[in-house]
Design a protein around this ligand. Sequence first.
Ligand SMILES: [Zn+2]
Length: 288
Amino acid sequence: MKFGLKHVARLAAAGAAIAIFPPLVQGDERIPVFDGHVHYNEAATIAYSPAQIIAKMRAAGVPRALVSSTSDDNTLALLKEGGTAQVVPFLRPYGGQIHSGNWFRHPDALPYLKDRWDPDRYAGIGEFHLHQVTYADSDTVRTVARMMAESDRFLHVHADSRVIEAILAHTPDVRILWAHAGMVDPPEVIARTLAAHDAVWAEISIRGFEIAPGGTIDPAWRDLFTAYPGRFLTASDTYVTEQWDAYADIINRHRNWLAQLPADVARAVAHGNAVRLFGAGGVAELEE
Ligand SMILES: [Zn+2]
């Protein structure tokens, strides 16, 4: 589905409050999306080759993405195919016996991360999960947070706001990319977290149906984006292969609500903020 002028007109006819903003898309032009949350996990490698994944991203108007995978070798395969212009690799701790529920206390996780960590290759460590506040206090999480603070790289954290607070309590100088903006946290909690911590950015993968139920942007979310235009990234989260099957639709659904924001805010959230944090890479080719 393309979101051209016809689509904008349909939204306007449906009463969406977008008419005062210039349309973001003209004809077939689509706003480039820097995808802040991509995985190329084991099952996806069976369904799609690295070349097919890179082609899917390009076809969806996604010139660059943050990529982490189970296992990390799959991220490196995608990096080899797409190059650093397209792929911004994050080192994920998962693989073999190490998974989302045990990595922070598994004895092999920290040695694995230390062995593979290379600040010239990776933009950070993650995406990892921390489902309990107490997990944030483990030696592994403390050490990883310190490593990222010292090399000026990011943690990509799937956790709620209380866990983010707990990480920043022991490592206040680390930069955090907050996966799914907390997944369960409502706009007022996200706003409070961003207000309290300048070095937290949030990506909104999997939140699209809350941001724009039925396609029309929710006023609380619109106010959140306009209050913190420099702090959000657009993202898909290809955690299962079905997300790759539907990849272009996922990105286009995001474009739909982005088009209902002021144009400068939409550009920042679609790619501008990610470019500022991680560099332009392939986005430069698509930007006018
Ligand atoms: Zn996640």
